[in-house]
Ligand binder design. Sequence first.
Ligand SMILES: C[S@@+](CC[C@H](N)C(=O)[O-])C[C@H]1O[C@@H](n2cnc3c(N)ncnc32)[C@H](O)[C@@H]1O
Length: 214
Amino acid sequence: MSTLKNQLAFFGQFRKRFETTGAIAPSSRFLARSMTSYLAARVPGVPVRILEIGPGTGPVTDEIVRTLQPGDHFDLVELNDEFVRILKARFESEPHWKRVASQCTVHQLPVQEFQTSEPYDFVISGLPLNNFPVDLVRVITDAYFRLLRKGGVLSYFEYMYVRPIRRVITRGKERERICAIDDLLRAYCDQYRIRRDNIWINIPSAWVQHLQTK
Ligand SMILES: C[S@@+](CC[C@H](N)C(=O)[O-])C[C@H]1O[C@@H](n2cnc3c(N)ncnc32)[C@H](O)[C@@H]1O
């Protein structure tokens, strides 16, 4: 029931704020599991710091809260006030969210303005970078690496073949924008990628990129 409610809320925000919402439906369980796979495989008993960027209605958050252990610290950064309201309500009402609520903080602001005194072991991002101006993508990817500790893992997803297709079918300024984003993300992947997962069961299908700083 709450899943359907969250899906409808997500679709409503897609219609109202297409550019920042970036998808018609929340991520599938398969995508959420891939996004959290490095976190799920961390050394047991050693507390970690986790940052989720753009949690939306919380499909990836739901996997994160299931893996949280005592001593872990989990911050969520979400721009959209309606999604923040839904996330806070889930921390108050869903038993497995409630269990770890004291270790979790929802922050409402754009990630590029988010500051922390300590970097994170895991940064998990659902931002629709392909929708943004290239300067914003540059600022956001700088923020990812500013917020990630050395040796930490960044996991983010992107819908399959969006940039390769748009590179071919667009012209002028839009083509320049897509090519610049593609070049920027490709350079990060060339330098830091440790794995890419193909997630076919998602709307639309997606690649999950896992990067680790040295
Ligand atoms: C494609 S949705 C992903 C939602 C969710 N993680 C999922 O997988 O279903 C993108 C999310 O990023 C949020 N967002 C967009 N730009 C943001 C920014 N600069 N800072 C923080 N959140 C942002 C949107 O409000 C939305 O919740």
